[in-house]
Design a protein around this ligand. Structure first.
Ligand SMILES: CC(C)(COP(=O)(O)OP(=O)(O)OC[C@H]1O[C@@H](n2cnc3c(N)ncnc32)[C@H](O)[C@@H]1OP(=O)(O)O)[C@@H](O)C(=O)NCCC(=O)NCCS
Length: 173
């Protein structure tokens, strides 16, 4: 039985496990839709990343939720204030990733709906970027009110494969 909920400190292990699985996916699929560092980061970098996400949440500069399926973390969705303390701090940057075996079951849509709802009153505009090849994700974002506002060509380079990046945004009011 699955549920969508706000992130908790105890979720780090499951989130890092999922993140590591994306490196293995990228090995098999050069068009895999997340930007990852060239090398798998060590646990010390992951702990620092998680702590900085948590700090941003406590400061009101980020929102994060997870999808939980049984004892497993199926995926995470977060929104970060793009530039806290500036005239752009009403804009949030959204990211989402589910572990492979949990995709295509409606969990991503539920997680996005939950997070978008949670941004109400806290962000006035949401932005995201997506690989132009990631058609299912683009359709999903469009169905949730995101619109393309720009596209860059060949921004993502995977060996000899160049992929375009699409920028999308959604007004919250
Ligand atoms: C993109 C992602 C978050 C979507 O979550 P998901 O749980 O797989 O998507 P859902 O099952 O909620 O499906 C959402 C919609 O996309 C469609 N869809 C999902 N997977 C699809 C596929 N492989 N092919 C075609 N359509 C697909 C569904 O039909 C659904 O539309 P509907 O609600 O109108 O029926 C998830 O696939 C993922 O984490 N992918 C890898 C990381 C990634 O690419 N992140 C996005 C970076 S911008």
């Amino acid at each position: 039985m699955g549920m969508i909920r706000d992130i908790e400190w105890e979720d780090m292990k499951g989130i890092v496990r999922n993140y590591y699985s994306f490196f293995d996916e990228l090995q098999k699929d050069p068009s895999f839709g997340l930007i990852l560092s060239r090398d798998k980061p060590g646990m010390e970098l992951e702990a620092a990343w998680f702590a900085s996400l948590y700090t941003a949440i406590l400061k009101g500069n980020a929102i994060a939720a997870v999808a939980q399926e049984g004892a497993e973390i199926a995926g995470i969705c977060d929104v970060h204030r793009i530039r806290p303390g500036t005239s752009m701090d009403h804009v949030g940057l959204l990211g989402i990733a589910l572990r492979r075996e949990f995709r295509g079951k409606g969990i991503g849509r539920q997680l996005l709906e939950y997070v978008i709802k949670n941004t109400e009153g806290r962000f006035e505009q949401l932005e995201l970027s997506v690989f132009a090849t990631n058609k299912a994700a683009i359709r999903l974002y469009e169905s949730l009110g995101f619109r393309e506002y720009g596209r860059t060509h060949g921004t993502i380079k995977r060996g000899k494969l160049y992929i375009d990046e699409i920028m999308m945004y959604r007004m919250m009011k």
